[in-house]
Design a protein around this ligand. Structure first.
Ligand code: NOJ
Length: 627
């Protein structure tokens, strides 16, 4: 009997697990910039509590908190010094417990952002690992990835491999006191932990369980496909490279005349990655009704992505993955600072490929365009929006809420916030941007020319991570930096130049605002399960400015038509898609609702959702022929 009950309970758990995050809307909070209640210029957990009702009004279900663990903030908390302690800038454990309780009382779930690929070099594990190399506690010796130098006949020393770190420079850092290098995929102060060590993995499982036992609803797992690194013996056709005597292979030369080389294939999706993530699932997530949202900003493709979200219980690893192809279309060879113009069909192809591949694998996509690493969507997907950013922001809302997957919005996106588009050294607080700027300066000193520095300023203004990290404007009060801080404290980053018009207070009163549009879109999506679960199919894939697609669910058919262009466009509903389309939501309200649509005239950045229930084919075809 007991067995029957527990099987039932387990299957209920599995059932709930597979559904609650699917139709949810996730709201990402970058705590430092959300709401400051103690006047130190940084947002805090009490500020999040203060705004819980705001999120409820908007229709949010899950709150994703950017890292709140103790950290020296070299990389804004993605450098953890203690996984069991709240960063004092944000408050303490009592504040966190209050937040969790009050969120749960309102039906809001909380997920925590956690970096398990690396810690801060201030973490006690790292300090002990260094000590262990000098004869200290053996247990910590292999908690990090240590490598010996390669020494040539002239006794010149070089790092164990030529891998380039994601932020800049060599991925290996020399520690003179122990005559070894440690590996860091990201910044120098973020040493990678060694997942090959089962003791290290157990410590990480303990960390995750500690927070889940407290009641958190899941994690956003930072850089989760970077845990398994390639050794000499792992080289193969998909992971080409050259073995070295250190045991770590050199990556192929992609940039001649330089030691460090791009090395995605060496540290992302490595040979043991699925084994590790399956273990994490079995040891942690399988025991809780918790969401695992894996971030994969390096080296992920739809085909590789399928393997991470397999639903087969023996293969299960992650619930959702965050992938980046659609936000990297403007990069040359994956370099975020070297910008290129892209065409709409490229975006349509990228989005459609992910929509289809995730569905084919029985998985579920994530739908997002902004976060703390990515600039504001309205500034990059709808450039030079002549009819104002207002329409562009609404167009993007229609797009996001009508694709298949869990929708994730970043704080301030619901206000239609744009990049500040202003360059100042004061704006550079992010370590990645700081490194890039320092390198641009160094190049200037070497005779790089002023124009190079101007290009760097332009790249920082449009791609720098601080652009979306600036404080949220709650009201139009100058003294309190738009209500971000309760005192006249200086916010850690300057507030948006147009904060008074963008602020939440003004927008919530205005039925035509972006905020109201977001709230209505969230409601509309909930009223139409077809917009959540319907099958996605791209229409008119080559059109240069219209992004159109259908969603089909049961007897309900939806057609979404979005004009991503700056010109008016006439678009005829292809005959194959039948007749009887009625608009149910438009970006602008000047067009009459309720008339059958066969041809659309859309203004710049206008979008429309149409619906039909029964099937009326133009040529009398049966319903099944029509998509
Ligand atoms: C991805 C995070 O989103 C980013 O902010 C961070 O710098 C890197 N991972 C390293 O943790």
């Amino acid at each position: 009997m007991t067995v029957v009950v527990s099987c039932y309970a387990l299957s209920r758990l599995a059932e709930q697990k597979s559904t609650w995050w699917k139709d949810a809307v996730v709201y990402q909070i970058f705590v430092s910039s959300f709401k400051d209640t103690n006047g130190d210029g940084y947002g805090d957990l009490r500020g999040v509590i203060e705004k819980l009702e705001y999120m409820i009004d908007l229709g949010i279900n899950i709150v994703w908190l950017s890292p709140i663990f103790d950290s020296p903030m070299y990389d804004m908390g993605y450098d953890t010094a203690d996984y069991y302690r709240i960063n004092p800038i944000f408050g303490d454990m009592e504040d966190f417990d209050n937040l969790l309780e009050q969120a749960h009382q309102r039906g809001l779930r909380i997920i925590l952002d956690i970096a398990l690929n690396h810690t801060s070099s201030e973490h006690v594990w790292f300090k002990r690992s260094v000590k262990a190399a000098k004869g200290g506690d053996e247990y910590f010796k292999d908690f990090y990835i240590w490598g010996d130098p390669i020494v040539d006949e002239d006794r010149n020393r070089r790092p164990p491999s030529n891998w380039e770190s994601v932020f800049e420079g060599c991925m290996w850092e020399w520690v003179p006191e122990i005559q070894k290098y440690y590996l860091h995929v990201f910044g120098r102060a973020q040493p990678d932990v060694n997942w090959e060590n089962p003791n290290l993995r157990n410590e990480l499982w303990k960390v995750l369980r500690f927070w889940l036992d407290k009641g958190v609803d899941g994690f956003r797992l930072d850089a989760i496909n970077c845990m398994s690194k390639v050794r000499n013996q792992d080289l193969c056709a998909q992971r080409p490279g050259k073995p070295t005597v250190s045991g770590w292979p050199d990556a192929p030369i992609s940039t001649p005349n330089r030691f460090e080389q791009k090395a995605n294939e060496m540290f992302a999706n490595g040979p043991r990655i699925h084994e590790y993530l399956k273990e994490m699932h079995q040891q942690v997530f399988a025991r809780y009704d918790a969401l695992s949202l894996g971030e994969m900003s390096c080296g992920i493709t739809p085909e590789l992505g399928q393997d991470f979200i397999a639903r087969d219980p023996n293969e299960q690893q992650l619930d959702l993955i965050l992938h980046f192809e659609h936000v990297e279309l403007d990069c040359v060879d994956g370099d975020k600072w070297v910008l290129r113009d892209w065409e709409l069909p490229e975006l349509k192809a990228a989005v459609s490929k992910w929509q289809t591949c995730m569905a084919e694998a029985g998985g579920w996509d994530t739908i997002w365009i902004e976060n703390h690493d990515q600039p504001r969507g309205a500034s990059r997907f709808c450039k030079d929006a002549e009819r104002g950013q207002l329409n562009a922001a609404k167009l993007l809302a229609i797009w996001l809420f009508t694709l298949q997957g869990t929708v994730i919005i970043f704080q301030g996106q619901e206000l239609g916030m744009t990049n500040p588009e202003e360059f100042s050294e004061e704006m550079i607080r992010d370590i990645e941007t700081r490194i890039y700027w320092d390198v641009a300066h160094a190049d200037l000193a070497l005779g790089g020319g002023d124009h190079k520095l101007e290009m760097a300023k332009k790249a920082i203004t449009s791609k720098g991570r601080d652009a979306s990290r600036i404080p949220i404007p709650w009201n139009s009060n100058h003294e309190t930096s738009g209500g971000f801080t309760d005192n006249s404290a200086k916010p850690w980053l300057p507030i948006h130049p147009h904060f008074a018009t963008l602020c939440a207070e003004a927008q919530r009163r205005n039925p035509a605002s972006v905020w109201t549009f977001y709230r209505d879109m969230i409601r509309l999506r909930r009223q139409h399960p077809g917009l959540i679960y319907g099958t996605y199919q791209l229409v008119d894939e080559h059109h240069p400015s219209v992004f159109a697609y259908t969603r089909i669910h049961g007897g309900n058919f939806y057609l979404i038509v979005l004009n991503f262009g700056r010109e008016y466009v006439e678009w005829e509903v292809p005959q194959a898609h039948g007749r009887g389309w009625v608009p149910i939501k438009l970006t602008s309200d000047y067009e009459p609702l309720g008339l059958e649509v066969t041809k659309l005239r859309l203004g710049p950045y206008d979008g429309v959702i149409c619906k039909r229930e029964s099937c009326k084919a133009a040529n009398g075809d049966s319903e099944s022929d029509i998509v």
